[in-house]
Design a binder for this molecule. Structure first.
Ligand code: BG6
Length: 503
């Protein structure tokens, strides 16, 4: 792979959690894979007073601890530097600029800069403006790119305003809106499964597909993020971004070429074709839930309202299930289902394609055979892989049919390195490839789609929020939403399923 051009990666919010938990480990991973340029530096920026050495020390928290990695980690840490400034105050930016120039001279790096905004979202409006005021948006002497973390707005209007504001200072092709789901290898593999296999593409439509289920379940609760989460909820936190991007990947038309705009145009078209829910339909098609205290084994598990930072009367949803349609030629009449939630029995994300049954149930009279429901399960995480459920004759007399699994697990590719989502996305940005980043127009479209749900919940407190015991699969009423059969209850191993599974 071609190495990226030498550059400095400036991380705003460098003393925050995301930097040490995700970004630095992802950069270390790129370093060990020899994917970083020779001339490369990270400049951590935040208000906290730290020296380069203090910063390096802090950044080791989530790096491997085993002695055999020591030398490699030391070599990596040499790339890390730190500059304290108050990011909300424009007076710090000339200081930042001269530090970048000085580092550039010392390390022979031209003025190629990536600015990663890993800060509270209220600074997304301010930092780009301050950068622009000192000319740090000007690409004439080297690239200037801006990576923006989620949440990208909290509703349609704020997302539009944020886009408008960013475009005052940076051009669209300089802006990289990160959605870490797009960085997952298995999410990208959906395009390869669909568009490189002659057996799948012809049947990937309403003629052969009965319905599609997308689930993203987590065992964790809100942990120490109650303050943020209580103003967000599952719809904003997971659906508007990560799960809508999955819908885009499953449902899009083949792009003309594998290039950023070609792919992003197709994702946008999917969002444009979503059948907009009317406010009065929300209660019927979208079910929200919130986990309540329960006992799992011997442990009493807190309910959401008891979590730190959460309003004891909170009506924020920690679970959501919804049914929707994509009104276009490919998907006319095919129901799509989404389920996501915290404190569910397993951590698992997958897309399940349920195919239509054969037109005639030939083996129906034999030993109570049920029709076979062919399913293609695209497992995003964990136990990443693909599973096809097909009917097979049980050996012996008669024609007894049993559903069996054909499965592929990424773990079988032992010699292949699976990059982390952040590693992949950072590398793509370093190479100027925006394919796996969300474009401004599609982010707005996704907000436009979820806005009536937000409005209905806000304006109509009669729409119920159902409690579900922590550790269960969500509110019972969710069964009634699925009109096309049964939900799949996945387990942590791809080829296990059923209501009960290993934890
Ligand atoms: C984040 C959400 O964007 O994605 C979290 O804010 C959620 O609430 C996380 O837990 C899920 O990501 P992953 O990669 O663990 O599925």
């Amino acid at each position: 792979m071609k190495k990226s051009d030498p550059h400095i990666l400036v991380i705003f919010g460098a003393s925050g959690d995301l930097t040490k938990r995700k970004l630095i480990p992802a950069l270390y991973e790129l370093h060990t894979q020899d994917l970083l340029p020779e001339d490369f530096a990270v400049l951590g920026v935040s208000r906290t007073e730290l020296s380069d050495l203090n910063f390096r020390e802090k950044m080791t928290e989530f790096l491997p601890k085993e002695p055999q990695f020591r030398n490699d980690i030391d070599a990596f840490l040499e790339h890390l530097h730190y500059q304290p400034i108050s990011t909300s105050d424009s007076t710090g930016y000339p200081v930042l600029k001269s530090r970048l120039e000085q580092l550039g001279k010392e390390l022979s790096i031209t003025e190629n800069y990536i600015f990663y905004l890993s800060t509270p979202p209220n600074l997304y409006q301010i930092i780009p403006k301050n950068l622009a005021e000192v000319g740090l948006n000007d690409s004439s002497n080297g690239f200037k790119r801006l990576i923006i973390e989620k949440p990208f707005g909290t509703d349609l209007n704020s997302a539009k305003e944020l886009n408008r504001n960013l475009l005052n200072y940076f051009k669209e092709d300089q802006i990289y809106r990160i959605d870490h789901y797009l960085g997952k290898e298995t999410v990208q593999n959906m395009l390869v499964t669909r568009f490189s296999n002659g057996i799948f593409e012809p049947i990937w439509n309403h003629n052969f597909i009965h319905h599609i289920e997308i689930i993203s379940a987590e065992t964790l609760g809100v942990e120490d993020r109650g303050g943020y989460y209580d103003h967000s909820g599952a719809l904003r936190d997971m659906v508007q971004n990560h799960l809508m991007q999955l819908v885009g990947m499953v449902a899009m038309e083949p792009p003309v070429v594998i290039e950023a705009d070609a792919i992003r145009n197709e994702i946008l078209k999917v969002f444009q074709s979503l059948r907009q829910l009317q406010k009065e339909e929300v209660a019927k098609h979208v079910i929200r839930g919130q986990y309540t205290q329960s006992k799992i084994g011997k442990d009493v598990v807190k309910g959401y309202r008891e979590e730190p930072g959460v309003d004891p009367q909170s009506r924020t949803e920690t679970f959501l299930a919804m049914k929707f349609y994509i009104d276009n030629f490919r998907w006319a009449g095919v129901p799509f289902y989404i389920r996501t939630g915290k404190k569910l029995p397993a951590r698992v994300t997958e897309v399940v394609i349920h195919f239509k049954n054969t037109p005639h149930h030939l083996f129906g009279n034999q030993d109570n055979n049920e029709p076979v429901n062919n399913q293609l399960v695209l497992r995003i995480q964990p136990d990443e892989g693909i599973l096809l459920k097909i009917g097979m004759k049980v050996p012996g007399a008669g024609f007894r049919v049993q559903t069996v699994n054909m499965d592929f697990h990424y773990s079988e590719l032992s010699d292949i390195y699976l990059p982390s989502a952040y590693g992949r996305l950072l590398l793509d940005c370093m190479q100027g490839d925006a394919t796996l980043f969300a474009r401004g127009d599609s982010v707005e479209k996704a907000w436009q789609y979820v806005q009536p749900i937000l409005d209905a919940w806000q304006n109509n407190p009669d729409i119920p929020i159902y409690g579900y015991p922590a550790g269960s699969w969500g509110p019972e009423v969710v069964d009634g939403l699925m009109e096309e059969g049964l939900w799949r209850y996945p387990c942590k191993n791809l080829n296990h399923d059923g209501e009960y599974c290993e934890l």
